[in-house]
Write a protein that binds this ligand. Structure first.
Ligand code: OGA
Ligand code: MN
Length: 291
């Protein structure tokens, strides 16, 4: 078998399906290089028909760097390991979580355009989301190319915003979907998620490409008046999620999708909650703070 990349989009530089590799098997550093380079190039990689348990998902993820632990690890969840985020609507007892439960209300935040863990001092480099069960329709995940979004900005705006710093806060983005972190977060969860600064424009050190970084966790841009910050963020977000920048992933069980959190935004789409949707995610920590 040899590894092969097939572009999935009209813009052939964004999102590719990768075939010819079984991710459940141990891989040496040389075999991993094309995957890392492919992620730098495409921003989103789709692997179909994978058979991953928690351990092999984590083992493969480690090639990219250190893994984060989930903020939600102190709760009863549908995953065993602290390195996994529980992206499912199923409780540990096998029942489907009610839409108004704390768990679903928290995960509803995933339906806003965001970059994972940008609210951590060291934000995520990449995420690896694996589907075990999917609803019969709906519940796709959309991705937006933030490098192409940057490239498409007028030069004057690029000059104005390069060097700006966004303030990121999990409580802020969750509040936008009606979740009250002040009330619902445990003491340890609050302690782990103070607001943090991140650069508004990220740059991939290997490719040199710049990308906008203005997802839902950004509450405001430092040094600007609130009205000015709000209107700039609204304008950038509108620009960053135009249809020609998007790849929409319709899930099948066995899909693993990897995305570069410094180069893309993503959002989950709704589905009928009478159906099970069971996914788990690892998140790769970045090298350091970005501002
Ligand atoms: C995530 C996420 C969206 C979805 O796992 O980081 O945002 O479609 N998921 O479940
Ligand atoms: Mn996410």
């Amino acid at each position: 078998m040899s590894i092969d990349f097939q572009a999935l989009n009209a813009d052939a530089g964004f999102a590719a399906e990768v075939s010819g590799i079984d991710l459940s098997r141990a891989m040496d550093g040389d075999a991993f290089v094309p995957i890392r380079d492919g992620l730098d190039h495409y921003g989103v990689l789709v692997f179909r028909g994978q058979d991953l348990d928690e351990d092999s998902h984590i083992a493969f993820s480690r090639h990219f760097g250190d893994l984060e632990t989930s903020i939600r690890r102190h709760r009863a969840r549908n995953v065993g390991r602290d390195e996994l985020s529980d992206i499912s609507n199923v409780a540990p007892d096998g029942s489907i979580h009610a839409l108004d439960s704390e768990h679903m209300s928290y995960n509803l935040g995933n339906q806003l355009w965001h970059a994972d863990s940008s609210f951590k001092r060291i934000p995520a480099l990449a995420s690896l989301l694996y589907a075990l069960e999917v609803p019969p329709r709906d519940g796709a995940t959309e991705f937006a190319d933030q490098r192409a979004a940057w490239d498409g900005l007028d030069a004057e705006i690029q000059t104005r915003i390069d060097g700006m710093v966004g303030q990121h806060s999990l409580a802020h983005s969750r509040a936008a979907m009606g979740y009250d972190a002040q009330k619902n977060f445990k003491v340890v969860e609050k302690a782990e998620t103070p607001p943090v600064p991140q650069a508004l424009v990220q740059q991939n050190p290997r490719t040199g490409r710049k990308a906008l970084y203005a997802g839902a966790h950004v509450s405001h841009i430092q040094g600007l008046e609130k009205v000015e910050s709000d209107s700039l963020l609204a304008e950038l977000r509108q620009h960053a999620t135009q249809p020609h920048l998007l790849y929409c992933h319709a899930w099948q069980p066995g899909d693993l999708v990897i995305w570069d959190d410094r180069a893309t935004l993503h959002r989950g789409r709704p589905w009928d909650n009478r159906h099970r949707r069971v996914m788990r995610r690892t998140t790769i920590a970045g090298i350091g703070p970005t501002a």
